[in-house]
Write a protein that binds this ligand. Structure first.
Ligand SMILES: NC(=O)c1ccc[n+]([C@@H]2O[C@H](COP(=O)([O-])OP(=O)(O)OC[C@H]3O[C@@H](n4cnc5c(N)ncnc54)[C@H](OP(=O)(O)O)[C@@H]3O)[C@@H](O)[C@H]2O)c1
Length: 226
C-alpha cells in the first residue's frame, strides 16, 4: 500500500473496457482510489461497483468520464483509437494540470492487427498536441500490458512498461505507478517522439500472442541493476 504522498486518484477514461478494468484492478490493489469512467455515467457506476465487489475493496468507484477526470490527479485514456481525438477534446477543460496517461494503440483488426497512421506520429503525441495549452502533462504508458493478464488479480504480470513523455516529473510518477503492479517494472523509454515505437510494439505483440496463444509483454534485458 503506498504512503499518502504517493497515493493517487486515478481515472480510467473508457474504463469499462477490458484494458480499463484491468488497469483499474491493479491500481486498486496498489491502494489508489480508482474511478472507472464511461460515456454513460450509469455504466461507469455499475462497472465500478462490480469491480469493487469482485476485489472486496472500497477504493473503486465509477461515473461519467467527465466527473472521473475532474476528480483524478492521474487520468488514463483507454478508449479505442477511433475515439481518441474526440474524447480528449471533450475532456480538455477537466485535464488542466493533470498527468494524462495515454495507453491507446492506433491499430485496427483487418485479417490481423494493423497500424493506423497518425499524423502527429503517435497517439501520445496527438494527445500532447490536443492538450498543449491545457497545462496537462501527457505521458505514454501501459500499451504493452495485456488486459487478460491485468484482469487476473492473482497473476504477476512479468513485463516492463515503457514510458514516454516530455515532463520528467510526470514520467517518473508513471514509472513508479507502473512499478506498483506485481511483476512490472517501469522503464523510461524517452521523449514523446519515441511513443510511436512503443505503440507499434503492441501490434507486434498482438500478432505473437495470437500465434503462440499467450499474453506476453516486453522486457528490456540488462537492466537488473535498476
Ligand atoms: N485490450 C488490451 O489488451 C489492450 C492492451 C493495451 C492497450 N490497449 C488499448 O487500450 C484502449 C482500450 O482497449 P479496450 O480493449 O479496453 O477497448 P474497448 O473495450 O474497445 O473500449 C474501451 C471503452 O471505450 C469506450 N468507447 C468505445 N467507443 C467509444 C467512442 N466512440 N467514444 C468514446 N468512448 C468509446 C467504451 O466505454 P463506454 O461505452 O463505457 O464509454 C469502451 O468500453 C485501446 O486504445 C487499446 O489499443 C488495449
Amino acid at each position: 500500500m503506498p504512503d499518502t504522498a504517493s497515493s493517487h486518484v486515478i481515472a480510467l477514461i473508457g474504463g469499462t473496457g477490458p484494458e480499463g478494468r484491468g488497469l483499474a484492478t491493479r491500481f486498486a490493489l496498489a491502494g489508489h482510489r480508482v474511478i472507472i469512467g464511461s460515456r454513460d455515467a450509469e455504466r461507469g457506476v455499475a462497472a465500478g461497483a462490480e469491480l469493487a465487489a469482485a476485489l472486496g475493496r472500497t477504493n473503486v468507484e465509477g461515473g461519467g468520464n467527465d466527473v472521473a477526470a475532474q476528480q483524478a490527479d492521474i487520468v488514463v485514456v483507454v478508449v479505442p483509437y477511433a475515439a481518441h481525438r474526440a474524447t480528449l477534446e471533450g475532456l480538455r477543460e477537466h485535464l488542466a494540470g493533470k498527468i494524462v496517461v495515454d495507453a491507446v494503440v492506433p491499430m485496427i483488426f483487418d485479417r490481423g492487427p494493423r497500424p493506423v497512421t497518425v499524423e502527429a506520429g503517435s497517439a501520445t503525441e496527438e494527445a500532447a498536441e490536443i492538450l498543449k495549452d491545457s497545462g496537462a502533462k501527457v505521458v505514454g504508458a501501459f500499451h504493452n500490458l495485456s488486459a487478460e493478464v491485468l484482469l487476473e488479480p492473482e497473476a504477476p504480470v512479468d513485463a516492463d512498461v515503457l514510458v514516454t513523455g516530455a515532463d520528467a516529473e510526470a514520467k517518473q510518477t508513471v514509472i513508479a505507478l507502473a512499478g506498483e503492479i506485481a511483476g512490472v517494472r517501469g522503464v523510461d523509454a524517452g521523449p514523446l517522439r519515441f511513443s510511436h515505437f512503443v505503440e507499434s510494439i503492441t501490434i507486434l505483440l498482438v500478432g505473437i500472442n495470437g500465434r503462440y496463444k499467450i499474453h506476453g509483454g516486453v522486457r528490456i534485458a540488462g537492466m537488473d541493476a535498476h
